[in-house]
Design a protein. Structure first.
Length: 285
């Protein structure tokens, strides 16, 4: 059932994310749940679900937003725009504290944060985060928001054949940190081959490749088991065991599978196409 609905007139909501709860903290009675959303006019809005109201509006971008997420502790909002600009803003103060132009000129397709210990990868910081853009580039950063530190850890650029099509017509460039293999990220996108690449941040190289039947249009990695969900433009959803194993393919969508998202428990998977949202129960997950 529909529980609550927020409407912003004359603007298109392009991306959204739930605010995470701190690790080890149980939800309190009456605790507010928050959703952050990015809009076509470059604004970021924070909504309280329990109070059914907008709590904050910020305008960190001059272009439409294409990706948004919270830091792992929920204290910062990372947003990316169609012009490739990434902004880090504080929902407590409403101020934008960092603006990064490394991806300028290409829309941001993914922003993701993961927890990190200070000694991991030999860099200081409280967490790692990545940004990927439509031009097949991925940047990885180490950050300590309390110390106002944000340092570039790695910069990846994946080759692709020249084509007459514009970026908008190509499969998206998607990247995600690997939950079951620390220091590794997974990348899919338009390239020389149809494949998923596993890249080691420690060794600075591709560890292995998994062949795909087509270029991926969506990607999600299970937080509880070593397999990933991949969507394709031909209405196909694939569950791929990692590092090796026989994939399972599923039909049921009416169009391109443009979104895959595992639940935090890993027991359910949400997928979406043009006019359908499906929820899958993963037995044995």
């Amino acid at each position: 059932e529909l529980v609550v609905q927020f409407q912003v007139l004359n603007q298109s909501c392009q991306c959204l994310a739930w605010k995470p709860r701190p690790v080890g903290v149980w939800p309190c009675p009456g605790e507010s749940q928050h959703v952050v959303a990015g809009y076509s006019d470059g604004t970021v809005r924070v909504f309280s679900v329990s109070r059914t109201e907008m709590e904050l509006k910020m305008h960190p971008h001059a272009a439409a937003l294409t990706a948004i997420t919270y830091s792992t502790d929920g204290e910062m909002i990372l947003s990316g725009g169609k012009d490739g600009i990434v902004a880090i803003s504080s929902p407590r103060t409403g101020m934008t504290i960092h603006v990064l132009a490394d991806h300028r000129g290409s829309p941001i397709t993914v922003l993701q944060c993961t927890r990190k210990q200070y000694h991991d990868l030999g860099m200081e910081g409280g967490e790692l985060w990545l940004a990927s853009s439509s031009d097949r580039r991925v940047s990885v950063w180490a950050s300590d928001w309390l110390q106002d530190k944000c340092e570039l850890l790695d910069w990846l650029s994946f080759p692709a054949p020249a084509g007459p099509e514009g970026l908008d017509s190509l499969p998206p460039s998607l990247a995600a940190f690997c939950p079951w293999e620390h220091g590794v990220l997974v990348y899919v996108g338009f390239g020389l081959q149809k494949e998923a690449l596993f890249y080691s941040l420690r060794k600075k190289q591709v560890l292995r490749k998994i062949s795909l039947p087509a270029f991926a249009t969506s990607l999600s990695l299970s937080p509880s088991a070593p397999f990933m969900a991949i969507g394709f433009s031909d209405r196909l959803l694939r569950l791929q065991p990692c590092p090796a194993g026989d994939p399972q393919d599923y039909a049921g969508h009416d169009d391109t599978v443009h979104l895959c998202r595992f639940a935090p428990s890993g027991r359910r998977l949400l997928t979406a196409s043009h006019s359908a949202v499906l929820v899958w129960e993963l037995t044995g997950a």
